[in-house]
Design a protein around this ligand. Structure first.
Ligand code: PEP
Ligand code: MG
Length: 292
């Protein structure tokens, strides 16, 4: 079995009918990049940048972040690396942010909401990301988006940072891609409008399932109600991909459901462009897509 998987290395991820899906890896730490390459991922579809914040005693500096992103960019060469901006709050808590205890943290002050309220924190990360984009194929992805307005406000802050960098003669990739996570029901409904604002979508099925089915993703008792194959969630995935393609942008899946091999045929039928999964799932998925 292992040997069969090894033989899939270097082979294209293409189905018997000629359909391609890009297979990317999810990482939460730069140290995982070696494993990503060992499993022949075609890119990184979700780099959860929270580790930089979770591992620190205080806000990580621009230089610290820049070095971490640059290291990953250099190791990945031409391959795309989608770095998600800060997604702190709810299930990911950090003391020095001084966040209030909330009754409903999953519905609370988190992720892009913190970044838009405290742009001084957001800008440090954006500067680090943009500077690192001079060293590899980095894309920026915004979490927990619910409206066009949030995307426009984020883009305005990104533009401010780019202007500052240009004024300081600091290099970055002028053509850097910007995408959003589609992980709230609102973003699925607004996908046609959101698709006009960004270069790509990545569906976060973990949160999308939680918010669609109104089931706390951490509550074990709800397993029988939080059916990941719920037709509601699958229909939302299809709606999102359709909206993306109508607007001419690509759409991937980076939540756990992307690695569900019983859904791979569904994703091929819907036309999902990219699946981002944990590194050990890359070759098994390639096997399924190629029909082994
Ligand atoms: C998701 O919500 O599906 C996702 C990929 O992000 P996270 O699990 O980090 O919330
Ligand atoms: Mg999420």
């Amino acid at each position: 079995h292992r040997r069969l998987l090894q033989e899939l290395k270097g082979k294209p991820t293409v189905s018997s009918s000629g359909q391609r899906i890009r297979l990317y890896a999810n990482i939460a730490n730069p140290e995982e990049v070696d494993n990503v390459l060992a499993n022949d991922a075609e890119g990184i579809g979700l780099f959860r940048s929270e580790f930089l914040y979770l591992e620190s005693e205080d806000f990580p500096t621009e230089e610290f972040q820049f070095n971490a992103y640059k290291q990953v960019a250099q190791k990945m060469g031409d391959r795309l690396i989608v770095i998600r901006t800060l997604d702190i709050g709810a299930d990911k808590q950090v003391a020095y942010f001084g966040l209030d205890k909330e009754d409903n943290p999953a519905l609370g002050y988190r992720a892009i909401r913190i970044c838009l309220t405290q742009p001084e924190i957001f800008k440090v990360q954006l500067r680090a990301l943009l500077r690192a984009s001079a060293f590899g194929n980095i894309a920026i992805m915004l979490p927990m988006i619910t409206s066009v307005d949030e995307v426009r406000r984020s883009k305005a802050i990104i533009e401010e940072v780019k202007t500052e960098l240009r004024a300081q003669d600091i290099e970055f990739n002028e053509g850097i891609q910007l995408g959003i996570m589609v992980e709230t029901p609102a973003s699925v409904v607004m996908a046609p409008e959101l698709a006009k604002e960004v270069d790509f979508f990545s569906i976060g099925t973990n949160d999308l399932t939680q918010y669609t089915l109104a089931c706390d993703r951490q509550n074990q008792k709800l397993h029988q109600f939080a059916d990941p194959h719920s037709p509601a969630v699958l229909r939302m995935i299809e709606m999102t991909v359709t909206a993306a393609h109508k607007a001419g942008i690509w759409c991937g899946i980076c939540g756990e459901l992307g690695a569900d091999l019983t859904l791979t045929d569904t994703y091929l039928r819907i036309g999902v462009d990219e699946l981002s999964v944990s590194a050990p799932m890359i070759l098994p998925l390639r096997g399924v897509i190629r029909g082994r």
